[in-house]
Write a protein that binds this ligand. Structure first.
Ligand SMILES: [Cu+2]
Length: 531
């Protein structure tokens, strides 16, 4: 990717200096082994207390690892799945113990002087971190989900996040990852990402009651120095690069129906997911997208999950062992200036009568049964399609070409305003107020596909390329295909953005979730004023 110049430069300068560090992250699963779920941490009496230590190391293959270490008392694991109920408190202490004495890790740092400080002061560097709780509809304020001013610096005492999951939060799959502007990609590239589940899906969607759940976090790693091209996908930290390596193994009982909860925690991979048996795509019963239960489940053979998106669906295993059963992502074109997203086998599905009892397997969560059905009307954003929008806005993604070196600047712009990259001290480019319901059209004028994401709220998909959609899904991330060039219209989507809930009042951001683009400034602030 030609657009990787700054990133590449930074990594060329500082990348190799880490190689001497001793391993600080836990070892990751070997090739061709059974895929296990991450350790689940569950709330007790309405509170989930945990402490994470962010560390960094480089593995023998040269891949950087950034890890959210959790000490179980017996061993260190990375990036546990956080499980909470609606109304519960998450009390998460995060210590930064990234070791780097490399001055160049300040390259690209934002000047934060004069800005409010949440947590530690100082300049953000490659060794700084913080946490974004992606998809949660919670306050954008200090100690909750504020990525703009929260800074956790190395060797300082732990920083405490204390967040109440709203009582009407949609049950579903969310995720957490670092979000220090300018350095997000580096740490997520290293694997710093984990799942967060708001329990209760079976109450809204009884189809999943009693099924074995699997939580699959798909990550992506590039070598350091970061160069365009080759990358590896991993599934729960096991490398999925088959061939040449043996494929990860997902075990299922014959004809078993499992509830798969899949997070796309890659840097930039658009993943058209399929389960195939002997080359034939199977029908997947789609239950939720981006942590929001569908109004009505539907069957899909391909589920396109953009970077940062989540899909939750029921998979039915074949009746007998069949070497042709695989979980895979198809190739996806992101346009002339984008990175190609390759077809990849994520895992082979092994049919095994003893699947659940396999040695070493994490305990798997059975959803509660029988499930009393709770009406969709009790979760956030319901009835949004009947709301009358209070404002219409148009935004667009664009890239500015720098001669023969290709695009060098990445913009998201409110139509009519000047194209500018994000700055820490910028004013919000959109100001609205609690109670507003706005229809935004977001267009892609660039020659590569972008993934729109907004913090703090979900939006309802209304139109794609000017045509009403069949399914008005609630999403927090959505892909907009690349512009095919002169003579072709720009691709776009129209969404309904719901600012009625006072919980989310404050300043937060929207951006492209290709993390290099976000780090390079394809992001801006929105201010939601309290009434
Ligand atoms: Cu982008």
């Amino acid at each position: 990717m030609r657009s990787a110049c700054r990133c590449l430069l930074a990594m060329l300068v500082c990348g190799f200096s880490f190689l001497s560090l001793e391993a600080q992250c836990p070892p990751r699963p070997a090739f061709g082994t059974v895929v296990h779920d991450a350790l689940s941490l569950k709330s007790v009496n309405g509170v989930l207390n945990a402490e994470f230590t962010m560390r960094h190391s480089v593995d023998t293959a040269g891949y950087n690892h950034y890890c959210y270490n959790y000490d179980t008392g017996k061993r260190i694991v990375e990036a546990p799945t956080l499980r909470l109920n609606q109304g519960d408190h998450l009390v998460l202490d995060v210590k930064d113990r990234i070791e780097s004495d490399d001055e160049s890790s300040e390259m690209g740092a934002m000047n934060m002087s004069g800005l409010p400080v949440c947590g530690d002061s100082g300049t953000p560097t490659l060794s700084s971190t913080n946490v974004h709780f992606h998809g949660l509809n919670v306050p954008p304020i200090c100690h909750q989900d504020d990525v703009l001013t929260t800074l956790i610096q190395p060797d300082k005492p732990a920083f405490r996040f204390d967040i109440q999951i709203p009582k009407d939060e949609p049950p579903g799959l969310y995720w957490y990852h670092p979000h220090v502007h300018g350095f997000t990609e580096f740490q997520v590239n290293g694997g710093a990402a984990g799942a967060l589940i708001v329990e209760g899906m079976e109450k809204v969607r009884p189809e999943v009651a009693g099924l074995t759940q699997r939580v699959f976090v798909i990550r992506q790693q590039f070598l350091v120095p970061w160069v365009p091209g080759p990358y590896q996908l991993t599934i729960n930290y096991q490398v999925a690069a088959s061939p040449p390596f043996p494929a990860p193994i997902i075990q299922m009982k014959p004809s078993e129906r499992q509830f798969w909860r899949v997070a796309n925690a890659t840097l930039q991979d658009f993943m058209p997911l399929q389960v195939q048996v002997e080359g034939v795509p199977q029908k997947l019963e789609l239950i939720a997208l981006d942590g929001y239960p569908l109004a009505k489940p539907r069957f899909e053979e391909t589920i396109l999950v953009p970077p940062a998106g989540r899909a939750e669906f029921i998979v039915q295993a074949p009746a007998q062992d069949n070497e042709g059963a695989i979980f895979m992502t198809n190739a996806y074109s992101t346009g002339p200036t984008g990175n190609p997203d390759f077809q990849e086998k994520l895992a082979e599905i092994e049919i095994n009568q003893d699947a659940v009892e396999a040695e070493g397997r994490q305990p798997q969560t059975k959803t509660t049964e029988p499930a009393p059905r709770a009406p969709m009307g009790r979760i956030k954003f319901t009835g949004l399609s009947q709301q009358k929008p209070t404002a219409q806005r148009k935004l667009y993604f664009s890239e500015e070409f720098g001669g023969t070196n290709g695009p060098i600047q990445f913009y998201i712009t409110v139509d009519g305003q000047k194209q500018e990259v994000f700055k820490a001290d910028e004013k919000p480019v959109i100001t609205t107020h609690v109670g507003a319901v706005e229809d935004w059209t977001i267009e892609n004028r660039a020659l590569e596909t972008h993934a729109f994401h907004i913090h703090q709220i979900h939006f309802m998909l209304l139109e794609v390329d000017g045509k009403p959609v069949k399914h008005q899904d609630l999403l927090d991330t959505y892909e907009i295909p690349f512009w095919e060039g002169p003579g072709h219209p720009y691709h776009s989507f129209k969404g309904r953005f719901d600012f009625r809930d006072p919980t989310i009042a404050g300043t937060f951001v929207f951006h492209c979730h290709i993390l290099l683009h976000e780090d390079m400034g394809m992001m801006h602030k929105i201010l939601v004023l309290s009434k």
